[in-house]
Design a protein around this ligand. Structure first.
Ligand SMILES: NC(=O)c1ccc[n+]([C@@H]2O[C@H](COP(=O)([O-])OP(=O)(O)OC[C@H]3O[C@@H](n4cnc5c(N)ncnc54)[C@H](OP(=O)(O)O)[C@@H]3O)[C@@H](O)[C@H]2O)c1
Length: 259
């Protein structure tokens, strides 16, 4: 049985709330050891037994691990002293150095979840510049794994880069699905069929990638020299991979610049 307390500032928000629910549902922490804060007061999560507070410093003082899940632009107004606490920030674009300056904390973890926390399918990379004991690593991994899978990454810059990759959650597939549907309609396919076809490819057929390496699949389809090969070759000739690289770099630059 875990004896420590976890506090989430912004714990009734979209990301903080999904994490709070998952921490309790998976048994990672008992509800009475979970503290949540917001500015607006009562929230359905109170019914779980988690304690909802308006006093951020009170929450910080009462917890061992502090999770920051406010929006980046709301962070500096928090006015908290978290000296001596383990701080896990879920905020995009707020460097560890700034978190340390603002909160007084020295053990800072930056984690980058994505929208799929809602269905507990987030891939969440995290970074901590400190040497961590095996039990601390297990704790952080276990906490983040409540909403999917998690991996420690070797640099904070990797978090900024990955903010624009895994942090974007369903965004790239949504763009692909929309483009496929729009182009099918433009080619004369009825709209409902176009949407079903695009959804079938992006959501359903992609499940095959659970058991096949993507590069192996591409190689075998190109070698087949059929319809799919022609479509793939057209994309590759148009610089698809380079475009993806530029897109992720554009997002990463925003994360690196800070918000
Ligand atoms: N959404 C995503 O897909 C995504 C992906 C990766 C990372 N993130 C990061 O996750 C963080 C949270 O995003 P979100 O989408 O969950 O935002 P959100 O739904 O707006 O949640 C923010 C929460 O912070 C609370 N809050 C704001 N100021 C506060 C204060 N002074 N004291 C206590 N609570 C305060 C808000 O509640 P009140 O308004 O009641 O105070 C709200 O519950 C962001 O930093 C974002 O960069 C989000």
């Amino acid at each position: 049985m875990r004896t420590e307390r976890i506090g989430i500032i912004g714990g009734t928000g979209w990301l903080g709330g999904a994490l709070a629910e998952a921490l309790m549902d998976t048994g990672f922490i008992e509800a009475d050891r979970l503290l949540l804060s917001n500015r607006s007061g009562s929230h359905p999560l109170e019914k779980t037994g988690a304690r909802l507070m308006a006093d951020n410093q009170g929450l910080v003082d009462a917890c061992d691990t502090l999770i920051l899940s406010v929006r980046p632009e709301q962070f500096k107004a928090l006015n908290i002293d978290a000296t001596g606490k383990r701080v896990i920030s879920l905020m995009a674009g707020v460097p560890s150095q700034v978190i340390g300056q603002v909160t007084g904390a020295s053990l800072i973890v930056r984690a980058m979840a994505n929208a799929a926390v809602e269905i507990r399918q987030s891939f969440t990379p995290w970074h901590c510049a400190h040497d961590l004991s095996a039990s601390e690593v297990d704790f952080i991994q276990g906490l983040l794994a409540c909403v999917g899978t998690a991996s420690r990454v070797p640099s904070e810059d990797a978090i900024d880069y990955l903010s624009a990759l895994s942090g974007t959650g369903p965004a790239f597939p949504a763009l692909l699905m929309t483009a496929l549907a729009h182009q099918a309609v433009a080619a004369g396919i009825p709209e409902d069929i176009a949407r079903s076809a695009a959804r079938g490819v992006v959501l359903n057929a992609s499940q095959l990638l659970n058991k096949t390496e993507p590069q192996d699949l591409i190689d075998s389809l190109v070698a087949y020299k059929g319809v799919t090969a022609a479509a793939l070759q057209s994309l590759m000739d148009a610089g698809f991979e380079g475009m993806i690289g530029e897109a992720v770099q554009a997002g990463a630059e925003v994360a690196r610049r800070g918000m």
